[in-house]
Design a protein around this ligand. Structure first.
Ligand SMILES: [Zn+2]
Length: 413
């Protein structure tokens, strides 16, 4: 894109401000230089090239706060209960190696073509980083590590090893692609390793991705030490703590403002919500995966009332039907009876806040990266946000722009 370009459409939804009819975004050096009615934006930049998307709306690009790229839908494991699904997933890992890269490429393409401009991805040891890096999307791969893989090493050495490998993974990455660590879950990572990794992540100023309070079996394992997740990966013997997963991870020192906790779906109590708020831990809401795996419904409206940061996540294609974050969001809107405006906010600025990147993306505000989706609908009146989320959920994204560059474009503008 030329140095200065005006992207204009029938409707512009900045999310951080109200809708603008016949609106425009001025992009300069990949960032947003102004937002407003086209006539005003043009007056401030008379030499800029104008690209007008007739019959379309511009919205901030979707921020996927929790996804996995390395799965493909055709051999998705059978549904619930969670531990049966997970054991089937684990049994398929050896055969999966031959197609993980292709699946990651396809998943990334699907996300990009659905208007996703930033993705927080989690994969074992960060295996999907090459595919995220080549996708054109901005994002972070969170490298999951499994203590059972490090025979003969103590927790401190394991944590050093994973952080060292992530440090090496960061070399040579595109500008807005990063690698960080994930503590996979309370039932796969022992509390000492989990706590040490969290300390290390905070010290580095990094972000930590975790799965938390996802399934009834996770809740049972942490509370009683029993159930389908006891003995998973052959080596977890730290269950039976008599508390909830949220309380357990707080005691282990894992929670904090740099943590994005996926799911928070099952048995999340008011005490748990109080802990999430007090520690400023953020949530990634993945309702379609939760439904597929027979988990409960995450109490998202109560989280929002308490001021807990919430973003949306697709999870991966072995528990979710698509990598389209707007489709995930439409499901959440219907599940919780939310407005279209709240849904659109969760899919964009909410995700950016949850990931601590709202100073760089998530809304149309001057200085942020020009990350946006062109949606092929231009609602007049009614619930414009709902109409746009519905269109984007149904394949209506016509173009996706990351830092001012088209990474997908089906328009003829
Ligand atoms: Zn996940």
């Amino acid at each position: 894109m030329p140095q200065e370009t005006i992207l204009a459409a029938d409707l512009v939804l900045p999310v951080a401000a109200g809708p603008i009819a016949d609106g425009a975004v001025l992009v300069r050096d990949g960032r947003i230089a102004s937002v407003g009615p086209l006539a005003d934006v043009r007056r401030g930049a008379p030499d800029a090239e104008v690209r007008r998307f007739a019959g379309c709306s511009l919205v901030p690009g979707a921020v996927n706060a929790h996804g996995h790229l390395g799965f493909r839908r055709q051999d998705k494991p059978a549904s619930a209960p969670f531990s049966v699904w997970l054991r089937e997933l684990i049994s398929k890992l050896p055969e999966k190696e031959s197609w993980t890269a292709e699946a990651a490429r396809d998943s990334a393409r699907e996300a990009r073509e659905a208007g996703t401009t930033y993705m927080a991805e989690s994969s074992p040891y960060g295996e999907c980083l090459p595919q995220l890096a080549e996708s054109g999307m901005a994002g972070t791969v969170h490298a999951e590590f499994f203590p059972g893989d490090y025979s003969g090493m103590g927790p401190q050495e394991r944590v050093e090893a994973i952080f060292e490998s992530v440090r090496k993974m960061r070399e040579g990455l595109p500008a807005r692609v990063d690698a960080q660590v994930s503590v996979h879950s309370p039932y796969t990572v022992d509390p000492v390793s989990a706590g040490l990794a969290a300390v290390r992540s905070r010290e580095e100023g990094g972000r930590l991705a975790i799965h938390l309070s996802e399934s009834p079996e996770e809740v049972e394992f942490i509370l009683e030490g029993t159930g389908g997740l006891a003995g998973i990966f052959e080596s977890n013997n730290w269950g039976g703590r008599g508390v909830s997963p949220v309380q357990y991870f707080e005691e282990a020192g894992v929670l904090g403002a740099n943590v994005i906790a996926a799911h928070l779906a099952t048995a999340v109590s008011e005490v748990d919500l109080g802990i999430l708020k007090a520690t400023n831990t953020a949530a990634a809401h993945c309702p379609r995966s939760n439904e597929y795996l027979d988990c409960e419904v995450s109490p998202v409206p109560r989280m929002l009332e308490r001021g807990i940061r919430v973003g949306m996540g697709t999870d991966g294609l072995w528990s979710s039907p698509s990598m389209n974050l707007f489709e995930e969001t439409l499901f959440a809107i219907r599940l919780h009876g939310m407005s279209g405006a709240l849904g659109l906010e969760l899919a964009t600025l909410g995700g950016a806040r949850a990931l601590g990147i709202d100073d760089e993306t998530g809304s149309f505000e001057v200085g942020k990266h020009a990350d946006l989706a062109v949606v092929g609908v231009a609602p007049e009146g009614g619930d414009a946000e709902m109409a746009i989320v519905e269109a984007a959920a149904g394949g209506g994204v016509a173009a996706t722009v990351v830092s001012g560059e088209f990474v997908y474009n089906q328009t003829d503008s």
